[in-house]
Design a protein around this ligand. Structure first.
Ligand SMILES: Nc1ncnc2c1ncn2[C@@H]1O[C@H](COP(=O)(O)OP(=O)(O)OP(=O)(O)O)[C@@H](O)[C@H]1O
Ligand SMILES: [Mg+2]
Length: 388
């Protein structure tokens, strides 16, 4: 196309009116095609020059940014955009010449529509000639993700419910047997030995306690969490927690080493739940270090995340059970419920975080939790009120 115009320009003075008209028609046809392609796109595109004036835009951009399509005033891009937050963002990033990929915003003027904005420099002959701003409506994408999460939650709930049923069977069976024994004891004898009956009743009491614990933990695991995420200094939360735990740690003969990163960005957490999760991890570590050892707690920043790393020098976890430890009711302890790590997992997921584990038998275990660093503009769809 460009070559064709170049050639036409060179021969312009030798052309007659008809030939020039043909060329103009051809160019306007090409232009219309380009316009048609741009306007058929669902994504919004705008091209601006070095002074941030609009050179070209498509209908989707105008629709999403709600500016008048007919006349674009000769002003900087951000002053014609109808969303204050996006306008301020574009102004800052364009002036600082930053390349931006997929920054998410919730549109101020419509309910819960999420827009992803990218800024790319327009380069010609190795020089930046302006910028291209691309916007995409990612609302459906995000709600698809939310639906997927819900389906996963449902699957997890089914596993959990199956686990509960299984767990309840044993104490119920034992209660049944002991009730029969009591009946037999009463039925066969004229003088009842209260000592024997008391022994059976003690067992029944214990089993009822166990049932109660199973039900309480189950309810805690399935109930939607009322997490209230607030921006907080994770280091401070850790200091509070380990201050509270210092006597218990001393008593168990475990050395605590805390290495907190300086100037750690704040993250969105619910202190109550995070402390609960960490307590569960510490409890497991202490159990694994009954002959003493060290508990090392570190915080770090890694890219867009804050890492919390908890290492113990305990017994370690055998390879063959490493991928089961987060499953509901998985335990290797006589009196464990096996819900400790399930709850940790659920709490970390509620915080949009990830948890991974590395362990070596006989050497120890490391849990690494990563929390996303919030971008004020990045508001994900609210998942509140969903089970598990
Ligand atoms: N730090 C650790 N070191 C060694 N083994 C561990 C550690 N953390 C977890 N485990 C293993 O993972 C299993 C599951 O842990 P989880 O906390 O879910 O349940 P639990 O501790 O057995 O019972 P509870 O519900 O009382 O916490 C444990 O039984 C143990 O075998
Ligand atoms: Mg535990």
């Amino acid at each position: 196309m460009r070559k064709f115009i170049q050639k036409a320009l060179e021969k312009l003075n030798k052309m007659d009116k008809e030939q020039i008209k043909n060329i103009l028609c051809h160019i306007s046809g090409e232009n219309e095609l380009l316009e048609m392609v741009l306007n058929s796109m669902t994504d919004g595109v705008v091209v601006i020059d070095q002074q941030y004036r609009v050179l070209l835009y498509n209908k989707s951009f105008a629709r999403m940014m709600l500016f008048n399509q007919e006349e674009i005033p000769d002003e900087e891009l951000w002053s014609i955009i109808n969303d204050e937050e996006i306008a301020a963002f574009l102004k800052e990033k364009l002036i600082n010449q930053e390349k931006i990929i997929d920054k998410e915003f919730t549109l101020e003027n419509s309910i819960n529509r999420i827009i992803s904005v990218s800024i790319m420099p327009l380069v010609k002959e190795k020089k930046v000639q302006g910028n291209l701003v691309h916007i995409e409506d990612v609302t459906e994408k995000r709600s698809r993700e939310a639906r997927l999460r819900r389906a996963e939650s449902l699957a997890a709930l089914t596993t959990l419910a199956a686990g509960v049923a299984h767990e309840i069977k044993n104490p119920l069976g034992s209660i049944g047997i002991h009730l029969q024994l009591i009946q037999k004891e009463i039925g066969n004898r004229e003088v009842i030995k209260s000592e024997t009956i008391r022994k059976y009743l003690d067992v029944i009491n214990e089993e009822v306690d166990r049932l109660n614990r199973i039900v309480v933990d189950f309810l805690f695991a399935v109930r939607p969490m009322d997490t209230k995420l607030e921006e907080q200094d994770l280091n401070q939360v850790l200091k509070d927690l380990f201050n509270f735990l210092q006597y218990e740690l001393k008593e168990s003969g475990v050395k605590l080493k805390v290495k907190l990163a300086e100037q750690l960005p704040k993250i969105k957490i619910d202190e109550k739940y995070i402390k609960q999760a960490l307590l569960n991890l510490v409890k497991n570590s202490l159990y694994a270090m009954q002959d003493g050892g060290s508990l090392i707690v570190r915080t770090e920043r890694a890219g867009g995340a804050v890492l919390l790393i908890i290492t113990d020098t305990g017994t370690g976890i055998p390879d063959e059970i490493l991928d089961k430890i987060f499953e509901p009711y998985f335990t290797t302890k006589d009196f464990g419920t096996g819900l400790g790590l399930t709850l940790v997992y659920k709490i970390i997921k509620e915080h949009m975080g990830e948890i991974t584990v590395k362990s070596k038998e006989g050497e120890g275990t490391t849990f690494t939790i990563s929390f996303p660093i919030p971008q004020k503009e990045k508001r994900l769809i609210d998942y509140k009120g969903e089970a598990v």
